[in-house]
Design a protein around this ligand. Sequence first.
Ligand code: MG
Length: 270
Amino acid sequence: MKLCRFETLEFAAQHPGRTPREVHVESRAGILEDGLIREITGELWGDRRPAGRQWRVDEVRFLPPSWPSKIICVGKNYPAHNKEMDSEAPKEPLIFSKPPSSIIAPEDPIVLPRNSQRVDHEAELAVIISRRFARPRPNEDLRPYIAGYTCLNDVTARDLQRLDVQYTRAKGFDTFCPFGPVLETEAPPSDTTVEGYVNGEKRQSGRLAEMIFSVDVVLRAIAETMTLEPGDLIATGTPSGVGPLHAGDVVEVRISGIGTLRNPVVGPRD
Ligand code: MG
């Protein structure tokens, strides 16, 4: 089942100038099926009660499916990507975070920072958490804690990542965390493809089966350190083929069975 958060184009036009967080608070939830959104009440991972309204996809603007308290990412999780970066596979999941201020919606512009000369796309599968948990038992089934799966672009200022020991600056710019447009509740099979496209040309491709650490291993490693809350976002790493973005580009993250996340790229703001 595909779930989404959205606002109507009419409402968006009447309420300009809101922060992304304010847009999220005022957004609607729905179930996407056959080009129609059946509106529901409450959060995507709670009781899904019909609100009695439905919308065509061309009447709405899709928003990120959650507003996470934290965004935790896994680095170096595909062997072919490690090879292209000339780096070793980590012995346990390498985690870092992006701030919620980096979140943007599908179709929102990624803004190139004025202090970076090299900004890369990183197409990734992301997991959204449904229930609070921490330090699970070794044999505990983690599926009840997963709301679903979505597309994420872990946009990275590669030159600053190489300069800094920490990834905070390189990964943390405003607009560097587009995700959505839908939350797929079914777990993706291992032959699911994660692909990155720039201006319609395929640049990245990998299958989930290639991941060094599975979603289950990644979640256990993160939850060993920190309590995960409903809505929290976990990015699972990028396959090979990362490369630069330029003003005027359109970048897409396509995940088979889940959807396509598309964002234009614009030059630095003053
Ligand atoms: Mg990444």
